[in-house]
Design a protein around this ligand. Structure first.
Ligand code: NAP
Ligand code: GDD
Length: 329
């Protein structure tokens, strides 16, 4: 039985990937950090089996800032595949905690790669690289060859993590790869990312619990896909014989305002009556527009997106309306 080790198992992608790997028959080991309140909401439906001695799902405490814990975990678990999804992943927040973001998101990746060397295991390694690395984009659409121009402490940390992954592949022959994923969303998306903030608030407005939605830059353009499909792409990259880097995207670009318009349209409300902008939600330097080409992923690993923009908004909104006993008519 193959063993997988996941950082970020309590996050959006970690939760979907854990489900996928369990369904494929893997033994799954997830690392979670200690928190004063429960941070296992997204995995509670699979974590309930933890007491069962036959369970193939295991949770371990650890932190990306704690290299000795990472070393110990890899030496004990000896995984075949490592999916490194843990990060301080919020771009706006990275301007408030730049040093912490660098420590977790950049150096955390180095610590984990070094732990693979220390444990002397032949594990494959997946790095959750980001389209944010393209920042002030040098060409459109962006592909695996497009130069980076990061625009936030988060994106700078991800550029470091990208290159250290590539360096360990070249220097030590590790099967270490980068999935350069464009924005991907789902009902499990964190509530301070714009997609979830919109659908969550629109559902509350429809339920009569809220009467405004405060946002930042409505003109930002993103290539939004559906998270469960993106974790499938991660797994496919890891099943290849040779390590390589891949862009995962939908090839469709929409503004934040279009996301807002579509969500309000679905519930039959006029968005302009509810939405205002607030300087708190702007970034000191923005990534104005992202659009990815998934050609290499399609050609080499047979992956392509199925859920596109309008269906994504609908999936997320339907889920959030259901929380209030409402449905789309
Ligand atoms: P997420 O929901 O924010 O999850 C991040 C995960 O990292 C959580 O499990 C979090 O734990 C964990 N974490 C944070 N700080 C940590 C630390 N110091 N030590 C150990 N774990 C820590 O992010 P996501 O959307 O699933 O994204 C997964 C990865 O892909 C991230 O690396 C992100 O930067 C990258 N990425 C995401 C997208 C996207 O659009 N979603 C696109 C490209 C790349 P808690 O639950 O305790 O907070
Ligand atoms: N979060 C947020 N909140 N963003 C807003 C808001 C708001 O109120 N109003 C406008 N935006 C704009 C942001 O300025 C940005 O241009 C866009 O909406 C998307 O913001 P987020 O949803 O926070 O995502 P992101 O693109 O900054 O980063 C996400 O995608 C990256 C991949 O490109 C994160 O998941 C990163 O971890 C990931 O690497």
């Amino acid at each position: 039985m193959k063993k997988a080790f996941l950082t970020g198992v309590t996050g959006q992608d970690g939760s979907y990937l854990a489900e996928l790997l369990l369904a494929k028959g893997y033994e799954v080991h997830g690392m979670m950090r200690r928190s004063s309140s429960f941070n296992t909401k997204r995995i509670s439906h699979i974590a309930h089996s933890l007491q069962d001695p036959a369970s193939r799902f295991h949770l371990h405490y650890g932190d990306l800032t704690d290299g000795s814990a990472l070393n110990r975990l890899l030496k004990t678990i000896k995984p075949d595949e490592i999916y490194h999804l843990g990060a301080q992943s919020h771009v706006r927040v990275s301007f408030d905690v730049p040093e912490y973001t660098g420590d977790v998101t950049a150096l955390g990746t180095l610590r984990l790669l070094d732990a693979i060397r220390d444990a002397n295991i032949a594990a494959k390694f997946y790095q959750a690289s980001s389209s944010e690395m393209y920042g002030l984009v040098k060409e459109t659409p962006q592909n695996e060859e497009t130069p980076f121009y990061p625009r936030s402490p988060y994106a700078c940390a991800k550029v470091y993590a990208y290159w250290i992954t590539k360096n360990y592949r070249e220097a030590y022959g590790l099967f270490a790869i980068n999935g350069i994923l464009f924005n991907h969303e789902s009902p499990r998306r964190g509530e301070n990312f714009v997609s979830k903030k919109i659908t969550h608030t629109v559902a509350r407005i429809k339920a009569g619990l809220e009467n405004k939605l405060l946002l930042g830059n409505l003109q930002a353009v993103r290539d939004w896909g559906y998270a469960p499909e993106y974790v499938e792409a991660m797994w496919r990259m890891m099943q290849q014989d040779n390590p390589d880097d891949y862009v995962v995207a939908t090839g469709e670009a929409h503004t934040v305002q279009e996301f807002v318009e579509e969500a309000f349209r679905l519930v039959g409300l006029n968005w302009e009556q509810y939405v205002s902008t607030d300087p708190r939600y702007y970034r000191p330097s923005e990534t104005p527009t992202l659009l990815g080409s998934y050609k290499k992923a399609k050609d080499k690993i047979g992956w392509e997106p199925k859920v596109k923009f309008k269906e994504l908004v609908k999936i997320m909104l339907e889920h959030d309306l259901k929380e209030h006993g409402l449905t789309l008519s």
